[in-house]
Design a protein around this ligand. Structure first.
Ligand SMILES: Nc1ncnc2c1ncn2[C@@H]1O[C@H](COP(=O)(O)OP(=O)(O)OP(=O)(O)O)[C@@H](O)[C@H]1O
Ligand SMILES: [Mg+2]
Length: 283
């Protein structure tokens, strides 16, 4: 893998897309898109249904190779790198629908992720030597407990995930991602399916993870108000084009952003926000 650092932004951003283009047949899902997630930042990515948000996540996490453009982590070019290689470099993500093992407990999910991080290739050797069945060290317990605590999952630690409500399942997914020790965490619509109170709790939890652990967050959300409330920089995609990026106060009042969400009809109140995205209605 080559290492290319062409400018200072590329050298400092934990994760950066530049000029990313993705075509599905005749459809241009992403058109020369730029985005940067600096160290310790909380960055939001919003846009109407089908704008290209999940496609950009797939490119950033290595599941999809772009037709053009580059992805960098800490300045290193990872455009051709596998999802595993990006994970090793500190990238973790969650999916729109939680992908969990229904028979495992909450704690077992976190233990698995922690062992992948700390035992890596030795996990396979443990399977034949029996090493994996030995009592784990106190340091493992400590790390796992810290992650469970960070997400307020202590009381659910021994519950099988199959019986958990959606909100708790989302937290388990985030806990598992966190246990891999990421520097940057991509979250695809973490508030989807949560009620107002659960969404507020999730926002507070994410802000704490960012403040306490210095994890950079890239948040794709249909809940625009949540993103505007917690992210320092917000990017807006529309039909595959990055139409705006900036601080929430600029995004909130931007006519092009409102038009993207609300069509040509403008809200009467200047403080009104595009919180009724078309994709919300279709969920
Ligand atoms: N594998 C694929 N093959 C063909 N077209 C695709 C594929 N994946 C996505 N698309 C199309 O690319 C466009 C962008 O889709 P994407 O899922 O990235 O949007 P999104 O912003 O995540 O939407 P949503 O808010 O509904 O999750 C859409 O028109 C979608 O139909
Ligand atoms: Mg999507």
């Amino acid at each position: 893998m080559s290492t290319v650092a062409t400018d200072s932004a590329a050298a400092t951003a934990r994760l950066e897309a530049s000029g990313v283009t993705v075509r599905f047949g005749g459809l241009v899902a992403l058109d020369c898109v730029d985005l940067a997630v600096p160290p310790g930042a909380m960055v939001g990515l919003v846009g109407p249904n089908g704008a290209g948000k999940s496609t950009l996540f797939a490119v950033l996490s290595g599941l999809l190779k772009p037709n053009a453009g580059r992805v960098r982590m800490g300045g290193a070019d990872v455009t051709r790198a596998s999802p595993m290689e990006r994970a090793r470099r500190g990238l973790a993500r969650t999916f729109q629908r939680p992908e969990l093992f229904s028979d495992l407990t909450v704690r077992e999910h976190v233990v698995l992720a922690d062992r992948v991080r700390h035992r890596g290739g030795r996990i396979l050797r443990d399977l034949v030597t029996g090493g994996g069945f030995r009592r784990p060290g106190a340091d493992e317990d400590e790390r796992v407990d810290a992650v469970l605590e960070a997400l307020h999952l202590e009381d659910l630690r021994d519950r099988q995930v199959s019986g958990l409500p959606l909100g708790a399942s989302r937290l388990v997914e985030i806990a598992r991602a966190l246990a891999t020790g990421p520097e940057v965490l991509l979250l695809d619509e973490p508030s989807s399916g949560l009620d107002g109170r659960e969404t507020e709790e999730l926002a507070a939890t994410l802000a704490r993870l960012n403040a306490d652990r210095g994890v950079s967050l890239l948040l794709v959300e249909h809940d625009v108000e949540m993103v505007l409330g917690m992210c320092g920089t917000v990017y807006v995609l529309d039909f595959g084009a990055m139409i705006r990026s900036g601080p929430p106060e600029e995004i909130r009042s931007d006519p092009a952003v409102r038009a993207a969400y609300l069509g040509t009809e403008q809200p009467s109140s200047p403080s009104a926000t595009p919180d009724t995205a078309p994709d919300e209605e279709s969920r």
